[in-house]
Design a protein around this ligand. Structure first.
Ligand SMILES: *Cc1c(COP(=O)(O)O)cnc(C)c1O
Length: 345
């Protein structure tokens, strides 16, 4: 079998949620948008719910409706994109909480679902989603049927603790929510690590649950093992892969493994990335192909059956650095050709 195996350690996932929950000192939610950052909401969300998470966040109402099927009734499911035209039936039927981003969305919500719960998303400076101060003060004058169940905003630079934007957004958020009764939420993973001033009543970690920066103490969640299809001996001067970009300068043994950029192994990381045979690292040689990668195994005493790309030896952040991107993109790029195996908790 040439199918690579992606093992998702639900025990490590739950341990990461518990660690972030302990740091939060308030209620801790869980962000499971984009199919739980590529790791599979169907298994990830119930594991987090069993550990005690009661508030889940997704990007789209469609994701929220799918998550309701997975979780059943009980947990809150909040939708960052709010209430878009066409979302009404999904919000009603799946009992979703749209994070209202504008007066237009508020009107749409009140007109179509006057008795349905909602939250408010405020823009405290990131200029991505949420109401700006003027819009929000206008809305606060309007008497609503019911108060928002959550008022939230999002930090632009929380992964840089010393960035002045953090304190600036905190101050804006405090000013914008002054005197409000509703629970407030400002922090994702990075904000949790900034300390309790940033926590308010609810935190919303995502990436830290899945084992990546900025949560440096995270346990490894994703393990990727790729079968070796074939091995061969090269004499000095022979080349490997498209474009002849790598040439052996000594007698070498090369393994061809069964995954490539179609599986989210970003082509640009090739020249600086290793695979692992146990604790021994083996360099990628030549270009990463769509479904295949060449690896130098000359220094191994035996041909391995498979090589590890992700695991305790090498994190998503190491791959992200090699590809010039972030762990979020590495995880959400992991393809759907892997055999997925869930272990624990
Ligand atoms: C994705 C997202 C989160 C989670 O962020 P992480 O950095 O993954 O912890 C929280 N809030 C909002 C608004 C988001 O878009």
């Amino acid at each position: 079998m040439a199918q690579a195996e992606l093992t998702i350690d639900l025990g490590a996932l739950v341990a990461n949620w518990q660690a972030l929950n302990a740091l939060s000192g308030c209620e801790t939610g869980a962000v499971v948008k984009a199919d739980a950052y590529g790791l599979g909401a169907e298994r990830v969300a119930p594991a987090l719910a069993a550990a005690g998470a009661r508030c889940f966040f997704v990007a789209l109402a469609e994701e929220g409706a799918a998550l309701r099927q997975i979780l059943g009734n009980g947990p809150d499911i909040c939708v960052f994109s709010g209430h878009m035209a066409g979302d009404t039936a999904l919000i009603r039927d799946a009992d979703l909480v749209p994070m209202i981003n504008s007066i237009d969305q508020m009107s749409c919500h009140i007109e179509t679902l006057p008795d349905a719960r909602f939250g408010i998303q405020l823009d405290s400076g990131m200029n991505r989603l949420g109401m700006e101060p003027a819009e929000w003060s206008a809305l606060r004058e309007v008497s609503l049927n019911q108060p928002p169940v959550l008022v939230m905003s999002h930090l632009a630079c929380a992964d840089e603790p010393d960035h002045p934007m953090n304190a600036q957004q905190l101050q804006t958020f405090v000013e914008m929510t002054d005197g409000i009764d509703a629970p407030r939420s400002l922090s994702a993973t990075g904000g949790i690590l900034l300390g309790k001033d940033y926590h308010f009543e609810l935190t919303r970690p995502g990436i830290g649950l899945y084992g990546a920066r900025p949560f440096a103490d995270a346990r490894t969640v994703a393990h990727l093992s790729i079968p070796v299809i074939q091995t061969r001996e090269l004499t000095p001067g022979e080349t490997v892969g498209y474009g002849n970009t790598w040439m052996s300068d000594a007698p070498s043994r090369i393994a061809t493994i069964a995954a490539g950029y179609a599986d989210g192994i970003i082509r640009a990381m090739g020249p600086s990335t290793y695979l692992w045979a146990g604790e021994t690292r083996c360099k990628i040689v030549g270009r990463i192909s769509m479904d295949l990668i060449g690896v130098d195994i000359s220094h191994l005493s035996e041909d391995p059956d498979s090589l590890q790309l992700l695991g305790h030896q090498q994190s998503v952040d190491t791959l992200a650095d090699a590809a010039g991107t972030i762990g979020y993109e590495v995880l959400t790029s992991l393809g759907n050709r892997y055999a997925r195996r869930y272990v624990g908790p």
